[in-house]
Design a protein around this ligand. Structure first.
Ligand code: ARG
Length: 577
């Protein structure tokens, strides 16, 4: 229920102030005893020629603001404090949630608008490490968020599948490649020969020439070189897709840099025609002084294009094909300047949609007391992190089921461990603002009582088991719209209802700031409030049948909200654990 809007409409009617302005002025008081919403009357002083204190008092006394869902309107100094009737609050909120279920929080504000979310974008033939997980997880969550709010979402994976390194790989593969090894573990094999190439190259400069030649052939579309490149690309994608499947991540488009490389000529032509290309140390660049950033290189001195040129081509392609209202890039913060340059080039070339392109950055991934068999340098593979998390979660689940005497099949244990272990990894990426660095530690991420996915999933599963137990005793939750929901008016119930009611707003906030953590924070608050309520009030032992049923409906509302929220983060739930 959007009480704020209704209060705003009423205030506007009574005071004559613009609705827009009122909406901006309404506050959420810091303390519960100051009500659910507050309106400061200062803005009315000018038009009403009175002191704000007096206005506040008169408005309250007029009784004109007494809306049916309010239990009280108080005037405190220049403020009007609005108290929502707790019973009505619970009734409205639980009814809405349990009617909508998984759709709770859905909105149509994005109807007719298209958002491109570019994320993941790994480099082929390279290992998929924990840094790629950051973009993959944030991007996946953002695409779900925009989708929930009614936007048409296009999910793009801008693969790093182009560049001189592929000339090196072709040379290396012809010299040392092992077909069998490639089929078994493609990325390991490609990495092996790539590393070998660099070692051997030190003593054998002919390798450098061969690699350059092969890259040139690749660019010119020579059959054999293209076929090898295609093979590396396809095999890398098989590996990446296994990870994406495991994480429940999908894409609409895998056009990588190679795809846009073909359009680089058009970019160069367009910039030339507009007179924007200038020479600098042999290279062709666009000067961006007026945007406060260094010039953007378009053509290198040897006439080849670079990363940025391909990004410019990609934006033009995206606009032509999707007419996006927003085009967002979930890419690490170190590339902030790169995107600023690319967007500025387009702006300078007169494309206003450059203003609708946005770089969504994120921090670094670090580890506390965690050992992995790192391969090349200090890279930790995402797969290793997930496997380890699942294995550790499994131990906890086996242990818990023993102490609680719960029988679980091997299959069930594996399924739960996979969801919770994977969820624990994902949650660690979305639990704080994305620009903060992440520090992984097993104790923290697998803490069943901390701010973790295991805690949230456990709260969900345990609440589901309460509902099952009730059903066994023949007690069903109150139906949505049942008057008994108005009995949910204790302090704990009220706090919980309030946090559940704030869930849809958190999705909008997450969208506006491209911060999934607005949602993780909200559902984490819901779970805490639920556990406080659960510890203080007996559900099945409530005094009256009606209250039992109402409390069960509140349990259902919590489950629906947690599930909807976790889903937006890319995390699945289990029905029992
Ligand atoms: N492949 C790049 C990397 O792994 C990221 C690509 C980012 N996207 C882009 N449109 N430039 O660093």
């Amino acid at each position: 229920m959007d009480y704020k809007s209704e209060i705003a409409v009423k205030l506007s009617e009574v005071t004559g102030l613009e609705l827009d302005q009122i909406n901006k002025l309404i506050e959420i008081p810091p303390q519960v005893d100051m009500g659910d919403y507050a309106f400061p009357c200062f803005a009315l002083a000018k038009t009403m020629h009175k002191a704000p204190q007096m206005i506040s008092q008169e408005l309250k006394e007029s009784g004109k603001l007494d809306l049916p869902f309010l239990s009280e309107v108080k005037n405190v100094g220049p403020y009007l404090n609005f108290f929502i009737d707790r019973g009505v609050y619970a009734y409205d909120t639980v009814t809405e949630i349990n009617n909508l279920k998984d759709d709770y929080g859905k909105d149509n504000m994005g109807d007719g608008k298209t958002v491109i979310v570019e994320f993941s974008s790994p480099n082929i033939a390279k290992p998929f490490h924990v840094g790629h997980a950051f973009t993959t997880i944030i991007g996946n969550s953002l695409s779900k968020i925009y989708d929930k709010l009614g936007y048409k979402v296009v999910k793009m994976n801008h693969l790093g599948d182009y560049g001189t390194q592929f000339g090196k790989l072709i040379t290396a593969y012809r010299l040392w490649g092992d077909e069998e090894a490639l089929n078994k573990a493609p990325i390991d094999e490609l990495l092996r020969i790539y590393v070998k190439f660099h070692e051997e190259e030190k003593n054998d400069p002919s390798l450098t020439d061969s690699a350059r030649e092969n890259f040139k052939k690749l660019e010119d579309g020579c059959e054999e070189e293209v076929a090898l490149w295609q093979k590396f690309r396809d095999m890398s994608l098989v590996v990446f897709n296994e990870l994406y499947d495991r994480m429940g991540v999908t894409f609409d488009n895998y056009n990588g840099e190679s795809y846009y490389a073909k359009m680089a000529d058009q970019v160069v032509g367009m910039l030339k025609e507009k007179g924007l290309l200038v020479e600098s140390e042999g290279a062709q660049v666009v000067d961006l002084e007026e945007y406060g950033v260094p010039p953007c290189i378009i053509l290198k001195s040897d006439g080849t294009t670079i990363y940025g040129t391909r990004d410019i081509a990609a934006i033009l392609y995206r606009y032509e094909n999707y007419h996006f209202d927003k085009n967002i890039y979930v890419v690490g913060t170190p590339q902030a300047l790169h995107f600023k340059q690319v967007f500025s080039v387009l702006k300078k070339a007169g494309y206003d949609f450059a203003d609708n392109c946005e770089h969504v950055g994120f921090g670094l991934v670090k580890f506390k007391n965690m050992k992995f068999s790192t391969r090349d340098g200090n890279i930790v593979l995402l797969e290793d992190l997930i496997n380890e998390s699942v294995a550790k979660t499994r131990e906890v689940i086996v242990e818990n089921s023993k102490t609680r005497g719960v029988e679980m099949s091997e299959e069930e244990i594996s399924e739960i461990a996979e969801k919770v272990g994977l969820g624990a990894v994902i949650y660690t990426y979305v639990k704080s603002g994305r620009e903060r660095d992440i520090v992984f530690s097993w104790e923290e991420m697998l803490d069943f009582e901390g701010d973790t996915a295991p805690y949230l999933i456990y709260t969900y599963a345990r609440t589901k088991s309460i509902l099952r137990k009730a059903l066994e005793q023949g007690i069903k939750p109150s139906q949505a719209g049942s008057d008994s929901l108005k009995f949910l008016n204790s302090d704990e119930e009220y706090q919980l209802v309030r946090s559940l009611n704030d869930f849809p707003g958190s999705i909008v906030k997450a969208m506006n700031s491209n911060e999934p953590f607005m949602i993780s924070r909200q559902i984490s608050t819901c779970a805490r409030n639920f556990n406080r309520f659960y510890n203080n009030s007996s559900i099945l032992g409530a005094d009256t049948q009606e209250l039992k049923e109402a409390r069960l409906a509140l349990c259902e509302a919590l489950c629906n909200t947690l599930k909807a929220g976790l889903d937006l983060l890319g995390i699945g739930v289990v029905e029992r654990m």
